[in-house]
Design a protein around this ligand. Structure first.
Ligand SMILES: Nc1ncnc2c1ncn2[C@@H]1O[C@H](COP(=O)(O)OP(=O)(O)OP(=O)(O)O)[C@@H](O)[C@H]1O
Ligand SMILES: [Mg+2]
Length: 289
């Protein structure tokens, strides 16, 4: 399948809203579509890496062969040393490490060239991958900030419950700052409702989200699924375990909507997301264009 390469940062300040789960599953869908997928595990929890290799094997990867090498001057960030094939054909990972904690600094704009470590790395591997998905930790420190400065698009998984909405304004401010000052190409791909169940509270939450953010909310949502839980336990994206099950079709629908949204988002002028920033849009657009 031919596709213009894209990089998506999976960001939310809230924990447990399925950033890693969605990234893991989407990698399977894109790989089965024939895209060459690169996963970047920017989370010091290294959950995405564990999702393929398990905790013991993940801990056994020397830190100089993980994403830490992008930040530590003592390491050689040569992509050929760092890129790790997964057991799933078409999916490569830049593995995560717990020691990334040392670099996940809380005031990212004060970290100088560390802000663009991932951006530099992705420039070096340009042409080798079609879909790059960056899994981020549940905060907006240096790791997520690196993703926002390196990505073309941001996707925000949100859990269909009230708590899931609390971090959104913080995320919007970070995205707006990245867009205005550092990454004029950054575009919002959308909010994806995750861990969705057939509950009245989830219906109400989703409706509220759509009222607030309109077309920024993905048409499809990602349901809580027994098959996905079993795939996680097997350390495989569902497409590599049960490609015909309903959950695999749901993941495909998300992947297809991403591919539909990308060209539209690319051709959209820069737009600020947070209300306060929208007030000064005319002025700030000049900065971003
Ligand atoms: N579609 C799904 N169906 C069932 N369980 C899921 C699904 N997606 C994620 N989960 C489970 O929900 C929990 C939270 O998901 P996940 O770890 O992806 O969240 P996260 O946002 O990455 O968390 P963190 O902020 O800690 O990184 C995990 O136990 C995961 O296995
Ligand atoms: Mg995670």
């Amino acid at each position: 399948m031919e596709a213009t390469p894209f990089t998506i940062a999976m960001v939310n300040r809230k924990g447990g809203c399925a950033k890693t789960g969605t990234t893991h599953q989407l990698s399977g869908a894109f790989a089965k579509m024939g895209l060459r997928v690169l996963l970047v595990d920017m989370d010091p929890q290294a959950s995405l890496t564990q999702g393929f290799f398990g905790p013991a094997a993940t801990e056994a990867i020397p830190r100089e062969k993980t994403v830490v090498a992008l930040f530590d001057d003592a390491c050689d960030p040569d992509p050929d040393r760092l890129l790790l094939p997964t057991p799933c054909q078409g999916i490569t990972i830049l593995p995560g490490a717990n020691s990334l904690d040392d670099y996940n600094l809380p005031k990212p704009t004060e970290t100088g060239s560390l802000q663009t470590s991932l951006k530099g790395f992705l420039r070096e591997v340009q042409g080798r991958f079609d879909a790059v998905l960056v899994d981020c930790p549940p905060n907006l420190h240096l790791c997520s900030w690196n993703a926002l400065l390196a990505a073309d698009f941001v996707m925000v998984p949100v859990q269909a419950e009230d708590f899931g909405a609390q971090g959104i304004t913080h995320i919007q401010r970070s995205i707006d700052l990245a867009l205005a000052k550092y990454n004029p190409n950054l575009r919002m791909l959308g909010y994806l409702v995750t861990l969705r169940q057939r509950l009245a509270i989830h219906d109400a939450y989703e409706m509220q989200l759509r009222n607030l953010y309109g077309s920024y909310v993905f048409d499809v949502s990602f349901g809580l699924s027994k098959d996905v839980k079993e795939a996680i336990a097997e350390r495989l994206p569902i497409h590599f375990l049960r490609p015909r099950c309903k959950a695999a079709k749901d993941v495909n629908a998300i992947a297809e909507e991403i591919l539909r949204r990308i060209p539209a988002a690319r051709s959209t002028p820069p737009e600020f997301l947070h209300f306060e920033n929208r007030v000064g849009l005319g002025e700030s657009r000049k900065v971003a264009s």
